[in-house]
Design a protein around this ligand. Sequence first.
Ligand SMILES: NC(=O)c1ccc[n+]([C@@H]2O[C@H](COP(=O)([O-])OP(=O)(O)OC[C@H]3O[C@@H](n4cnc5c(N)ncnc54)[C@H](O)[C@@H]3O)[C@@H](O)[C@H]2O)c1
Length: 303
Amino acid sequence: MELRQKVIVITGAAGGIGAAMARRFAADRPEGLVLSDRPGTALAPVIADAEAAGCATLSVTADVSAEAEVQALARAALDRFGRVDLFCSNAGVATGGLLDAPDRDWSQAWAVNAMAHVYAARAILPSMLERGSGYLLQTCSAAGLLVEVGDVPYTMSKHAAVAFAEWLAITYGSRGIGVSIICPQGVRTPMLMAGFEAGMLGPKIIAAAGNILEPEQVAETVVDGLRAERFLILPHLEVAGFWRRKAENPDRWLDGMRRLVRTTTGDTPAAPTTPATPAAPATPAAPTTPAAPTTPAGSGTSS
Ligand SMILES: NC(=O)c1ccc[n+]([C@@H]2O[C@H](COP(=O)([O-])OP(=O)(O)OC[C@H]3O[C@@H](n4cnc5c(N)ncnc54)[C@H](O)[C@@H]3O)[C@@H](O)[C@H]2O)c1
């Protein structure tokens, strides 16, 4: 798919990967860019940059964990531009939670990282099927193929997102609907950097496992992946190797992951606290000074 003269919706567009995609897509002169994020976020600078690049834009506030708001976003885009060619379901949340993460964190991860993609497809697919063409892009994560050691609600919800995209591609791929997923490992965005600053386990392991990319690099890979209509878009090419090794020999891969955690933190995971603890998202015990980053063969982790 070429982006020129397309109508494109992006969720989670106020910062990080979403904002980088908006700015990069704008350079390809789409017919319209509909940029959305949750209430309280600053879409204006991204809208201003897209308009400066000559794009017609629409800014829509929507919490993607609420189906009615995703429906309203799709309606606003259709009302303004008459169609949507590409819907980028990009918003996501990390929790930093382990086994004892509060249920509200599990629910939020599930709603934003998994169900929001379902809501997007329900909202926009009927109009795409009617026209016999359209494209759904989901920002998933390498955590949806592998494991984000420091965030189990994130890992589970991203695996669900990958599975949903596969199902969409199988079910609608022969009816003119394109589907792609982006599965980056570490990307320098507020999500990852906040985790670093909080000393969380996940970002430390991600840094040990591979390169941290800039969001602009991810956006460029996305444009290439969309142009090739590739289902699996991997900004970090090494993720393909980790994923293959996991499939070839899961036991060896799990061994490699355990070794990566040990060499990065010197820790074993903290025992879960009692499930009812209504505390802030659990972070693991403070890690000791990390050893020199090593990536055991066959491992890989992600945000
Ligand atoms: N940064 C990484 O290392 C990394 C790696 C792999 C995948 N990802 C994924 O990339 C996507 C973008 O994340 P990012 O890294 O740019 O982080 P980010 O925190 O900068 O961006 C996430 C965006 O999603 C928005 N958002 C969160 N909850 C929302 C909700 N309920 N409704 C609407 N918008 C909501 C946020 O306001 C924010 O603008 C996410 O899906 C994330 O899981 C990030």
